[in-house]
Design a protein around this ligand. Structure first.
Ligand SMILES: [Zn+2]
Length: 396
């Protein structure tokens, strides 16, 4: 299998994501009370108990700590081995020295280029943004450091050059794609401003002052489209968070995947490959029709974990019945806490996807939609070939 979307890392590693989870309500399956986590602990660690009581959980934490010490860089590779994942994306702020680059390929975050100004009003919008926006500022600073800038360039031209240089340098460091989680920070409705409009706003606020909301969005709309367009020129696919998100203030209607239709169906970006991360859930039924575009793919991560396999099977079946060569597998593995670590969420993603895939294909065969041979091809496509085909020679 090739895992098209995950955040591998230890629970105490701040580089696992470019944002952090604010306290919000987790769906039933993502809570610590999920009995499937006992199965995960048994499968991965030979856990001898049948519950996750605090006393028993200590055994698990100790077992993992020992394995980390003994195995070092092989620790997460061994998790992939146990689950039959050959290689997987590490969507992280920065790569970790404890992830073997032969098994984990980097996807970096590109949102921060859209927040270069005084973000006082952006941060003050709600308690989620109070967590998110400072982390975007930190990310932008790290890119500036990487490119040897002590402050923002005075001219807009030089700002765009800095953005491009960062993309190119990240690509040289091995990154295979750029990721946006912009839906957490603002609406995903992107207008189409001119370069002059964006330049004017940059010039007015680069050395201070707070742009009003309309001005900030206009600037961001231009930068987003610039990044998308550079993604085509550099063969650096664009991954976009396109489903429901965590936190209390994630706005589902403002982040509807169909908002992105005006971008992905824009002929100017025909050479940019888009991967709609999490497949637009709960607008999954609409989402699959975006994959009619030859440069648009859907990833099933998160969806297969928010839903249980019996329900995820319905989503997957419908997608496989529509554009099967555009659907890719991902786990969205993430270190939620010590007991539900990235390790267990890898297991949950793999287990759910395999179970749902087997059920969907069995129905498709019995209903005469595909032959068994064709079903096996669809399985290979979903679990491996479709995603690997996007990155020509860079992954396997
Ligand atoms: Zn993710």
């Amino acid at each position: 299998m090739f895992d098209h979307h995950a955040h591998p890392g230890y629970a105490d590693d701040p580089d696992v994501d470019a944002m952090a989870a604010p306290p919000g309500s987790a769906a039933l399956r993502e809570r610590e009370t999920n009995p499937e986590l006992v199965q995960a602990a048994k499968a991965l660690w030979g856990y001898p108990y049948n519950d996750l009581s605090p006393e028993h959980t200590k055994w698990l934490i100790q077992k993992k700590d020992e394995a980390k010490k003994q195995q070092g860089m092989a620790y997460f590779s061994n998790i992939l081995d146990k689950l039959n994942i050959e290689q997987g994306v590490a969507n992280r702020a920065m790569m970790a020295d404890y992830l073997n680059p032969k098994r984990f390929v980097w996807v970096f975050f590109a949102d921060s280029f859209m927040w270069p100004f005084d973000n006082e009003r952006e941060t003050g919008r709600n308690s989620d943004e109070q967590v998110y926006i400072p982390l975007q500022e930190k990310m932008l600073h790290r890119w500036m450091q990487q490119e040897g800038l002590s402050k923002l360039p005075a001219s807009f031209d030089d700002y765009l050059k800095f953005v491009t240089r960062t993309l190119e340098d990240n690509q040289k460091k091995g990154a295979i794609a750029q990721k946006f989680e912009v839906a957490y920070f603002r609406s995903t409705k992107f207008s189409d401003p001119t370069r002059e409009q964006a330049q004017d706003i940059y010039q007015r606020f680069v050395s201070g002052g707070i742009p009003n909301e309309q001005e900030y969005r206009t600037f961001q709309d231009y930068i987003f489209r610039y990044l998308v367009s550079e993604g085509g020129r550099l063969h650096l696919p664009v991954h976009i968070h396109s489903a429901v998100g965590i936190g209390d203030y994630f706005n589902l209607s403002e982040s509807n995947i169909l908002n992105l239709e005006s971008v992905v169906r824009d002929p100017r970006y025909a050479s940019t490959i888009f991967v709609m991360i999490h497949g637009g859930y709960p607008y999954d039924r609409q989402a699959i029709w975006l994959a009619a575009m030859k440069n648009v793919y859907l990833d099933t991560s998160e969806t297969e974990v928010l839903l249980y396999p019996s329900e995820f099977k319905k989503v997957l079946k419908q997608w496989l019945e529509t554009f099967p060569d555009k659907v890719t597998f991902g786990t969205d593995s993430f270190p939620y806490n010590q007991a539900l670590g990235a390790e267990e969420s890898y297991w949950l993603g793999v287990q759910s996807s395999r179970t749902a895939l087997a059920a969907a294909l069995a129905e498709m065969i019995s209903e005469g939609e595909v032959t068994e041979t064709q079903a096996l091809q669809l399985a290979h496509g979903y679990l491996h070939d479709n995603a690997v085909g996007i990155y020509q020679g860079k992954v396997h």
